[in-house]
Design a protein around this ligand. Structure first.
Ligand code: NI
Length: 169
């Protein structure tokens, strides 16, 4: 496994649309392993491949509490099959927008279909933090960041803040 560099705003690569994966093979599992290690090291709870510069529809996630054993999850070619009309606000953050947190409203529950680490198709429902996180990560696959859901002023402020952090090293 190897750590990859996490891209931050305003890197234009983050706006790229990711393409579906044709086959879940060892090369893809290598990418997923690297992404998981990179996410744990950050630390974060979710990461999309585009955040390490790879425009493929791949997401890794671990929502286990800090003192509990890790529960790594892998999502390849995820699709939302259904979303609740009911929405819920959540204060989101993103490894590509470090140190910025703000509230985003999203459907409270979704049903999704994806391929897992072994290429097996899974259909399941998500709610709570899982629903928030999978929708946030799936936005990345479309080149959308959580700050794109905020006002223009808040978005510009967030990018300026990240630029300043980057300059400060
Ligand atoms: Ni993110």
């Amino acid at each position: 496994m190897a750590l990859r560099e996490i891209l931050t705003v305003p890197n234009p690569v983050l706006k790229q649309v990711s393409t579906p994966v044709e086959r879940v093979d060892d090369e893809l599992r290598q990418l997923m392993d690297d992404m998981l290690e990179t996410m744990y090291a950050a630390p974060g709870i979710g990461l999309a491949a585009i955040q390490v510069g790879v425009p493929r529809q791949v997401i890794v996630m671990d929502l286990a509490r800090q003192d509990d054993p890790p529960e790594p999850r892998f999502f390849v070619n995820p699709e939302i099959l259904w979303a609740s009309d009911e929405t819920a606000p959540y204060e989101e953050g993103c490894l590509s927008v470090p140190e910025v947190y703000d509230e985003v409203d999203r459907p409270a529950r979704v049903r999704l279909r994806y391929l897992d680490y072994n290429g097996q198709e899974v259909v399941e429902e998500a709610e709570g933090l899982f629903a928030v996180c999978i929708q946030h990560e799936m936005d990345h696959l479309k080149g959308v960041l959580f700050i794109d859901h905020l006002s223009r002023l808040k978005r510009e402020r967030a990018v300026a803040r990240v630029r300043k952090l980057a300059r400060a090293g």
